[in-house]
Design a protein around this ligand. Structure first.
Ligand SMILES: *[C@@H]1O[C@H](CO)[C@@H](O)[C@H](O)[C@H]1NC(C)=O
Ligand SMILES: *[C@@H]1O[C@H](CO)[C@@H](O)[C@H](O)[C@H]1NC(C)=O
Ligand SMILES: *[C@@H]1O[C@H](CO)[C@@H](O)[C@H](O)[C@H]1NC(C)=O
Ligand SMILES: *[C@@H]1O[C@H](CO)[C@@H](O)[C@H](O)[C@H]1NC(C)=O
Ligand SMILES: CC(=O)N[C@H]1CO[C@H](CO)[C@@H](O)[C@@H]1O
Length: 826
């Protein structure tokens, strides 16, 4: 590894790769072995298509600074092969460049090819054309599927081999994964599932890549494939074979977010506890899912109803900023774990139980004794006598003692700064007023039948209701279903109270009868489909019925999720009631004309907006189906850029022709379930520690700086539901307030971001301060020197480092362990 790490930046990759010597990767029951040495692997997931290629070096470097030695990614089949045998490895799909960026930071890589990835990614990473091949069945014994899977897997493996990226060739990839969490659903497929799983294993092995293959959540993976664990905690999980190490491929650092749902948070204390517990119980490899979650650009969000933000409450936020204190608290843990690597991977292990869920584990190796003091009790702190010394272990925490005597880390004692991020406005040239956007607009045309019975831009005509993804091949979220019904003077339905009844598996439905919009219905988050009923007025003669079905991301998880219906599967009926009599006209087998996508999508209004006509006057608001366009200048500086779309309804946004994803600020998060205080103690699950109740479920959208030009930039919006663009603003995200609460014996690092400096110190107390960030108060003993020391050392600086001890900050006159609390402004 080292031979390729530092020098490689200076020289051409291809040339140097050849000079790198092979790295031997093997494993035994204890750990993955690199060049014969057992190693602990501290890995973090960063998915390359969820950021930009220009962001990768910074994200990976922040991973390295955070103490990781490995970066893990999935490979996204539908992104790379959007049409059968037509490949895309450009821009942020340049997976080779991504792996080489990992290599140039001197880190290892884990390549999870899948090619099923789940990942809250559209259709779990499967291309929709795959589904449209006759006779195919996914993820089971099926020749057509297996041939396609082999074909894509081969493309990826050979690409990596050609670039010499496997460790056996001197590259960074130390492990590769085939399939993904198949063990969770294999039972559904019976004997064919087992056959398929073995086929996957054999295919993987046949590539001879010279590094081990893993299968996650696959306890019966055949030798030599390694089975690994995914989950919130994996300490209780143990491999079923005794020749493989205990490895954790997905430790959920937080959780993803849905439209209409609140923001999930997992505390730094609980995440650190889960990791420490895993290593205490013999684990040697663990991966944060996610370390950087990022953004679901374009239409890549899975679903249905997964937001464009894939922040995941990961150690790096959606935009790549440090998510503090999580990043820093884990960083300290990583450095402690790395300092005791030899003992963890080779030591003699002894675990002693102290009752009440308290356990001490020691690892003894060549005269070094390392101890983990673990307290899994959710409510009560524990004090134990270990080898003649008394130790207090807070509830739901683990202390690490590299010499079994001095506690150097406790998962519940956070000594890193908390950063409160703020959005700052994009100022106009005078530097005073926020920059005001000017808008122009044009209408999207509703599809309709012309006099001659045809529909502009239509494709298919058939006497059946078809699945949306089979017709659109997922080239758009939108599919029009168009039909007509003739009503004559003697029809029983005439004169009745008539309603249009549509049963749909789509996510949103807009219905039009005789050119009039009669209603829009949005599915409930988590439910597949709904029934739409609205009153209609019928004419004698021809009545045109136009239905627009909208998808918001295709399903990505579950047995046979690929067959989940989307679009209008029917029935579609006119239901009339007259004198308690019901008259039903079923339209399901009528002649249906299909039109995929919007007129503006076909014209690519977003690609070169100025080559089309736009209106500069009479800007409509609250009107559905409007395209909006504005020109803006890029915010100065280097802080990440976001656009605040509050006021708009739902649609998609493009910046200089690049889609920044679906937007839906009018979708409000559930009112209930949020907690002001989040107790890190007790098992975490995605419903714990929610915020943002009742607010827009996603208001800010990431605009990567690489999408922006120095001068004029174009933003195009397609507004589907109706909204008001007047409040749209571009902003930057940076650290506003920093707080810290560090224990004696640590060094506290405070830092701002983007070139800003600490402009003021609002609070500093060394002794026994009380409260939390924003509401700190002085405690009963207090050093008179602390505030002045911090003011002098930090004010005007981009960062400062404070040794938290009596010598520097004291005297406090306290007997207890002193703490330092600081609140400062960037
Ligand atoms: C992939 O499929 C194409 C035909 O579509 C074929 O030419 C090629 O050889 C296949 N590659 C592999 C590795 O199976
Ligand atoms: C946690 O501690 C309390 C109080 O000592 C005790 O009653 C309880 O049984 C403990 N729980 C576990 C799971 O050990
Ligand atoms: C979808 O794919 C099918 C078969 O590959 C093709 O016939 C059809 O035209 C495609 N539809 C669209 C809207 O691209
Ligand atoms: C009117 O419609 C009804 C039902 O569709 C049909 O039975 C009848 O023959 C039609 N009459 C005329 C005059 O077209
Ligand atoms: C079994 C399970 O729920 N697995 C999920 C673990 O988390 C990842 C990331 O959120 C998902 O992709 C898996 O579906």
């Amino acid at each position: 590894m080292s031979c390729c790490s530092s020098i490689v930046v200076l020289l051409a990759f291809g040339f140097l790769a050849a000079l790198c010597s092979a790295i031997d990767v093997s494993y035994d029951e204890r750990a993955v072995k690199i060049d014969g040495e057992r190693r602990i692997l501290l890995s973090g997931s960063i998915h390359y298509p969820r950021s930009t290629a220009e962001m990768w070096p910074d994200l990976i470097k922040k991973g390295k600074d955070g103490g990781l030695n490995t970066i893990e990614t999935y490979v996204f089949w539908n992104a790379h092969e959007p049409k059968r045998r037509e490949y895309n490895f450009e821009g942020n799909l340049d997976v080779v460049r991504f792996i080489k960026t990992i290599q140039s930071e001197g880190l290892y890589a884990i390549l999870r090819i899948g090619p099923y990835v789940c990942a809250e990614w559209n259709y779990g990473g499967f291309p929709v054309w795959l589904h449209n091949i006759p006779g195919i069945k996914f993820r089971t014994k099926n020749q057509i599927f297996e041939d396609e899977m082999r074909n894509f897997t081969t493309v990826i493996v050979e690409m990596m081999r050609r670039e010499k990226l496997f460790a056996s060739q001197g590259g960074p990839i130390i492990l590769a994964q085939i399939e993904n969490e198949y063990g969770n659903i294999m039972w559904k497929y019976g004997a064919d599932g087992v056959d398929y799983m073995n086929w996957c294993a054999n295919m993987a092995e046949s590539y001879n890549i010279g590094v081990p293959w893993i299968m996650c959540q696959q306890d019966n993976a055949p030798k030599p494939i390694i089975s690994t664990c995914n989950g919130w905690y994996c300490d209780h999980w143990n491999p079923k074979r005794n020749d493989i190490p205990k490895m954790w491929t997905e430790n959920w650092s937080g959780w993803f977010k849905n439209w209409q749902a609140q923001d999930p948070h997992r505390t730094a204390e609980d995440l650190a506890f889960a990791v420490a517990k895993f290593f205490q119980s013999g684990g040697t490899m663990q991966n944060y899912y996610m370390y950087h979650g990022g953004t679901n650009f374009g239409r890549t969000a899975g679903g249905p109803y997964i937001t464009t933000s894939y922040d995941y409450d990961a150690p790096l936020d959606e935009y790549g900023n440090l998510n503090q204190p999580k990043w820093g608290h884990l960083r300290s843990l990583h450095f402690v774990l790395r300092s005791i690597e030899k003992a963890l991977t080779n030591g003699f292990v002894r675990t002693t139980s102290y009752g009440n869920s308290v356990q001490v584990t020691s690892f003894s190796y060549r005269g070094q004794d390392v101890c983990f003091l673990g307290n899994s009790n959710q409510s009560s702190d524990a004090t134990i006598n270990y080898q003649g010394t008394m130790f207090t272990i807070p509830a739901w925490s683990i202390s690490i003692l590299p010499d079994c005597f001095n506690e150097v880390y406790n998962t519940a004692k956070v000594n890193s700064q908390t950063s409160i991020m703020v959005k700052t406005p994009n100022l106009a040239d005078d530097g005073e007023e926020p920059y005001r956007l000017q808008w122009s607009w044009r209408s999207e045309h509703f599809a309709h039948k012309k006099k001659d019975g045809t529909v502009d831009g239509s494709g298919l005509i058939t006497n059946a209701l078809l699945d949306q993804k089979a017709v659109t091949n997922d080239t758009s979220d939108y599919l029009w279903y168009i039909t007509s019904v003739n009503i004559n003077k003697t029809d029983a339905i005439l004169g009745a109270d008539v309603s249009l009844h549509v049963v749909t598996s789509g996510h949103i439905l807009h219905a039009f009868v005789n050119g009039v919009h009669i209603g829009t219905q949005i599915g409930d988050n988590g439910h597949y489909g709904f029934t739409f009923d609205r009153k209609v007025n019928l004419n004698v003669g021809q009545n045109d019925i136009v239905l627009l079905s909208v998808t918001v991301g295709l399903a990505n998880y579950g047995a046979e999720f690929e067959n989940a219906e989307v679009g209008i599967h029917g029935p579609v009926q006119l239901i009339g009631t007259k004198q308690n009599q019901k008259v039903v006209v079923d339209l399901s087998e009528n002649q249906w004309i299909y039109k995929a996508g919007l007129a503006g999508e076909a014209k690519q209004l977003f690609a070169d907006p100025n080559s089309h006509k736009w209106h500069n006057y009479g800007l409509p608001t609250s009107r559905m189906f409007v395209w909006y366009k504005t020109t803006f200048k890029a915010p100065l500086g280097t802080d990440p850029v976001v656009v605040d779309l509050l006021g708009l309804g739902k649609g998609e946004a493009w910046i200089n022709g690049q889609s920044i994803g679906r937007y839906w600020p009018s979708s409000a998060a559930n009112e209930n379930g949020c907690s002001y205080n989040c107790d890190y103690r007790g098992p975490y699950s995605s419903g714990k520690c929610l915020t943002n109740c009742g607010k827009s479920s996603q208001r800010w959208y990431h605009v990567p700086r690489e999408f922006l030009k120095d001068d004029a930039n174009e933003m195009v919006l397609f507004e589907e539901l109706g909204g008001n663009p007047w409040n749209v603003k571009f902003q930057t995200v940076t650290v506003g307030t920093i707080c810290a609460n560090a224990f004696e014996g640590n060094t506290l690092e405070l830092s701002c971001q983007g070139g800003r400096v600490i402009s003021d110190v609002r609070f500093a107390s060394f002794g026994l301060p009380q409260g939390t960030c924003g509401s700190f108060t002085k405690g009963r003993c207090e050093s008179p020197k602390a505030f002045a020391y911090i003011f002098n050392h930090c004010k005007g600086k981009a960062s400062c480092s404070i040794p938290v001890n009596e010598l520097t900050l004291g005297p406090t006159g306290c007997k207890d362990t002193n703490r330092l609390a600081v609140e400062a402004i960037c």
